[in-house]
Design a protein around this ligand. Sequence first.
Ligand code: PMP
Length: 375
Amino acid sequence: MSGLAREHGAINLGQGFPDGNGPDDVRAAAARALEDRPNQYPPMMGLPELRRAVAEHARRFYRIDVDGEREVMVTAGATEAVAACLFGLLDPGDEAVLFEPLYDSYLPLVERAGAIGRRVRLEPPGWRVDRDALAAAFSPRTKLVVLNTPMNPTGKVFTDEELAAIAELAIAHDAFVVCDEVYEHLVFDGRQHRPLLGFPGMRERTARIGSAGKTFSLTGWKVGYVTAAMDMLLPIARAHQFLTFTTPPNLQAAVAYGLGKADDYFAGLAENMQAGRDRLRAGLERLGFAVADCQGTYFLTADIRSVGFSGSDLEFCTAIAREARVAAIPYSAFYADRPPVGQVRFAFCKPAPILDEAIARLGTWLERRPAPPRH
Ligand code: PMP
């Protein structure tokens, strides 16, 4: 869809990246470190100052005690962190429980590790976890669960009750949980993000993944971090050793600085993004789209049937990229099979004039379309 967007000069509300250039002071810290500090391999586990900053951030935001020296590892973005967790923890024949819709890398990585993905389907518009379906996905071969909250693409924040159910089943099956929490600071309407790592009985079996890409709107940097108990982190670190080994030291130093920024930075990030959500949602609703509830992330889900589009989600996204010059992502990309009908994902991590222009283009396109056949 990004390729199609480029080809047609479309506004790209498909891929989730913010249009700005990240905070000036964080970029300046990276530039200073590039000039003044070593540019050779940093320690495999990451710069000590960043590992301390990740630990301090966990204490500050979630009251979770973390030993930065032993329980934090820096990775090449959350993408590598997920890969290192799955390659480090899974053996061939193991099973991994995944929630569908799926962030794109999870299932291919599970399968590449020789393991089997057991998918638990969530359905629009509520995306609620059915406890029985979740329990049925576990077996004696379950090695781990992959959890993404706040969740891409749905914008769902897992409830405390859902998190407790996952914890209970993971403990009962002696399974790990790999928590992709890259959107931890992008939760809306006064909600608080709750890491599963802090739940009773989960400290030794949970890996928590964060990303500077999302927390500082610097998606090109690819600086991620994993927090896990030492015994769990060890095999993850072994996988990381042969995946990327290290991450650019100047970017690590800048992220260490950024994680120490005052609370108003983090609050402002969520406020800005919430304003984008509200703006895009109001625009889509004015055009007649039914839009699902969105509690966090960069993404809104719209139902294309509500504007009379009877084709597939892929046909819709292809048509709007070409004809309206607005790109979105079809939900069929996030399901291994039987995707829910007529759902598309729009990113709202863009400046207001861009969102307004996208709505205007979609409005013109909808007006010019032939009326749907009457029954
Ligand atoms: N996990 C999720 C759920 C994401 O949405 C993204 C970014 N699209 C990533 C991981 C990748 O993060 P990073 O850029 O830090 O590798």
